[in-house]
Design a protein around this ligand. Structure first.
Ligand SMILES: [Zn+2]
Length: 274
């Protein structure tokens, strides 16, 4: 999922710049046969457009997320109190649908319409998982992830049918409950990836451990800190076993004692490999 920043800086909502504590996420769809996010962004990015403002549009042609407001800005997307708590994201809708009356949809090309709807759904799942990670939200928590339609049932949004009407209208088997479960699954994967990629800790408790250095000219000192004398030796490239860690000036990550007995090195310039 790609996120492109396209802030609508001319929109009065952006200019107002009110901040919120993000407590949830609201999913919308635009309610017209317009797949192109750029089209909405152009309309919204106008100082006279004071009717609405959302945090992002998901393009139905390529699934790219166009972020139109900083996530912690108060948007104008729900028409109710959800604006004070929820980020609002709009999925664009396929060009191959037609609104016959109200929220009733007819597909002019069902296969194409379903493809586009699947694309925006997939991006929305990824985006919502990322936002749940960033704002420590539980996707299955009560009222955390809601559709505009569900927001209406909860009394925090105006009477709209989106986006469920789109899903049933083009005949895909999606629901908000499935959506939330998909976000949870994606979030779990993101969390796992984050732990896997997190730098391994280099504390005294972790000793002994092995590091490589990001700078082969790394100075070896007689003690744990730049206030200790330089031994005249540098590490050079290679793997080094650290047997003790102490804090000391000049290296926020602490200082590591080399097993070789040559002295101490700043762990700021080390990456633990074993
Ligand atoms: Zn809506």
């Amino acid at each position: 999922m790609k996120i492109k920043k396209s802030y609508v800086k001319n929109n009065p909502c952006y200019k107002e710049g009110k901040k919120i504590q993000v407590k949830g996420l609201m999913l919308h769809s635009v309610g017209m046969a317009q797949p192109n996010a750029g089209n909405f962004i152009e309309t919204f990015n106008d100082s006279s457009y004071n009717r609405a403002c959302v945090h992002a549009f998901i393009d139905a042609n390529d699934g790219v997320v166009y972020q139109t407001l900083p996530w912690n800005y108060r948007g104008w997307h729900s028409g109710g109190s959800a604006n004070n708590t929820h980020i609002g994201v709009e999925m664009c809708e396929p060009a191959t649908i037609k609104y016959t009356s109200g929220t009733t949809i007819k597909c002019t090309d069902k296969e194409d319409a379903q493809k586009a709807v699947k694309r925006t759904y997939k991006s929305a799942v990824s985006l919502f998982a990322k936002l749940c990670l960033d704002y420590s939200l539980n996707p299955l928590g009560k009222g955390v992830i809601v559709s505009h339609h569900e927001g209406y049932s909860k009394g925090i949004a105006t009477n709209h049918a989106d986006p469920e009407h789109l899903w049933s209208g083009v005949g895909v088997d999606y629901s908000m409950s499935k959506f939330r479960k998909a976000v949870k699954k994606k979030l779990d994967a993101l969390k796992e990836e984050k732990t896997k990629n997190a730098p391994k800790s280099m504390t005294n408790k972790d000793c002994p451990f092995v590091v490589t250095v990001t700078n082969p000219e790394l100075k070896i000192r007689t003690g744990a800190g730049t206030n200790y004398e330089y031994t005249g030796e540098n590490t050079g490239d290679g793997k080094f076993t650290i047997v003790e860690v102490k804090s000391g000036q000049g290296s926020e990550a602490g200082w590591g004692k080399l097993k070789s007995g040559a002295g101490w090195i700043g762990l700021c310039y080390c990456v633990r490999v074993e």
